[in-house]
Design a protein around this ligand. Structure first.
Ligand SMILES: N[C@@H](CCC(=O)N[C@@H](CS)C(=O)NCC(=O)O)C(=O)O
Length: 192
C-alpha cells in the first residue's frame, strides 16, 4: 500500500489508522508548496487534488473517512471496525460519516470564528457537536466503551487538532479523551 502524505495535512489521520492496523505501507511524500498534489499523476489517484490518498494494488481511495473505512474492513485482524452484520456496525458507520460531515465543518467554523451557519447547510454549531460526542462517549474510554475503533481515529483526531491549534481547553470529558488517545503508541503524535 502507498499513502500519499504530508505531515501538515489530514494524511496524518490516515497514517495513524495505518499504524494502528500495523499495516505494511510505504509513504509517498507530497510537497504541497510545490503543488505536487495538483500534478496529473496525482490527480489520477485523487481527482480532487487533495491529501490523503491511498493506493492498494488496483484500488485508489481518497477522502480520509473512506481510507479509514477501507482499512478497517480490509485489515479485520486489527479489530478496528465492527464487521458487516454486527450490531455495532450501524452506529460505527454513522460516527465515521458524522466526523467528516458535521464535526469537522462545525469545528472549522468555531476555529475560524465564522458565525452560525444556517442548519440547511447540513451541520450545526460546535457546542451541539460537543454535546453529541460527549453523549456518544458516555462513561467509556472510547466511543465503543473499551473497544478502540477507527471511529476514535476520525472523531478523536479532530479534538487532537483542536488542541494542537492552541484552542483553549474544552470540556473535561473531551480533554480526557484526547489525553487517552495521545497516549496510544501508534497515535497521531507519533506522525513524522
Ligand atoms: N475531506 C477531505 C479534505 C482533504 C483536504 O482538504 N486536504 C488538504 C490537506 S489537509 C489538502 O490537500 N489541501 C490542498 C488543496 O486543497 O490544495 C479529506 O478528508 O480527505
Amino acid at each position: 500500500m502507498k499513502l500519499y502524505y504530508n505531515p501538515q495535512s489530514r494524511a496524518a489521520i490516515a497514517k495513524w489508522m495505518l499504524d494502528e492496523c500495523d499495516a505494511d505501507y510505504e509513504i509517498v511524500h507530497i510537497d504541497l508548496e510545490k503543488g505536487e498534489h495538483k500534478a496529473p499523476e496525482f490527480l489520477e489517484i485523487n481527482p480532487a487534488g487533495k491529501l490523503p490518498a491511498l493506493v492498494n494494488g488496483d484500488s485508489r481511495i481518497f477522502e480520509t473517512a473512506a481510507i479509514c473505512l477501507y482499512l478497517g474492513d480490509k485489515l479485520p485482524e486489527a479489530n478496528l471496525a465492527p464487521k458487516i452484520g454486527a450490531p455495532e456496525r450501524g452506529r460505527y458507520l454513522s460516527l465515521m460519516v458524522y466526523s467528516t460531515s458535521q464535526l469537522e465543518p462545525a469545528m472549522g467554523d468555531m476555529l475560524m470564528g465564522t458565525g452560525a451557519v444556517p442548519p440547511q447547510r447540513g451541520w450545526t454549531d460546535f457546542e451541539t457537536v460537543e454535546d453529541i460526542i460527549e453523549g456518544e462517549l458516555g462513561d467509556g474510554a472510547y466511543l465503543f466503551g473499551d473497544w478502540f475503533t477507527a471511529a476514535d481515529i476520525m472523531i478523536g483526531s479532530m479534538f487532537i487538532w483542536k488542541r494542537m491549534f492552541g484552542s483553549p481547553p474544552g470540556r473535561p470529558k473531551l480533554e480526557a479523551y484526547v489525553d487517552r488517545l495521545l497516549e496510544r503508541p501508534a497515535g497521531m503524535s507519533s506522525s513524522e
